[in-house]
Design a protein around this ligand. Structure first.
Ligand SMILES: [Zn+2]
Length: 185
């Protein structure tokens, strides 16, 4: 499937959305269905969490082997955010450091087109596709019902969605769902 100019930037989320039907979302499969190559647990330069490269019109995302698989999923989703939202700025590629910043001083691409605002957009995109609101609300309701409790345990939620505890906490806060979750269990 072509992933060049034919697939507009705004289209990507609309193409992904129908695939977000259960947790954990099949992120690698989604990226491949958009025509990207994916290499998880890649051997990247120290200090780099992930990169997206463009070679002969084909995009490839790699995530660092040194990081936990749940964090690698967030990195993949973040790079997919750059693909969806900032494709015209990627050029030959960009690499994200551990803070998800494209830094001219480390990594091999030295992409200075990607600014902090773009990083925030990529993080928001990642959270939205990894932890879709409707799936998260449904999972919280299910846990509360199963446990007969007013709160769902954080541990169950982040494992179900295969994200880090802190990524889940941020998402819950941003969606106003924190009070329905027990952060200590
Ligand atoms: Zn980034």
């Amino acid at each position: 499937m072509p992933n060049g100019p034919k697939m507009s930037e705004a289209n990507v989320y609309e193409r992904i959305r129908p695939l977000l039907i259960k947790a954990p979302v099949p992120l690698e499969q989604i990226a491949r269905s958009l025509g990207l190559a994916v290499e998880m647990s890649a051997n990247l330069e120290q200090g780099i969490s992930g990169e997206i490269a463009c070679e002969n019109g084909r995009y490839k995302i790699s995530t660092a082997s040194s990081e936990h698989p749940y964090r690698q999923r967030f990195t993949l989703a973040h790079e997919l955010g750059h693909f969806a939202l900032h494709r015209s700025l990627i050029g030959n590629g960009l690499d994200d450091n551990k803070m998800y910043r494209s830094d001219a001083h480390i990594g091999k691409y030295a992409n200075s087109e990607i600014k902090l605002v773009h990083e925030r957009q990529a993080n928001a995109f990642a959270a939205k596709i990894l932890m879709p609101r409707e799936l998260l609300e449904a999972e919280i309701a299910k846990e509360k019902s199963t446990l007969g409790s007013s709160k769902a345990p954080l541990t169950k939620l982040y494992r179900t969605f295969q994200v880090s505890p802190s990524a889940m906490q941020w998402r819950l806060k941003n969606l106003g769902l924190s009070e329905q979750v027990d952060m200590d269990s």
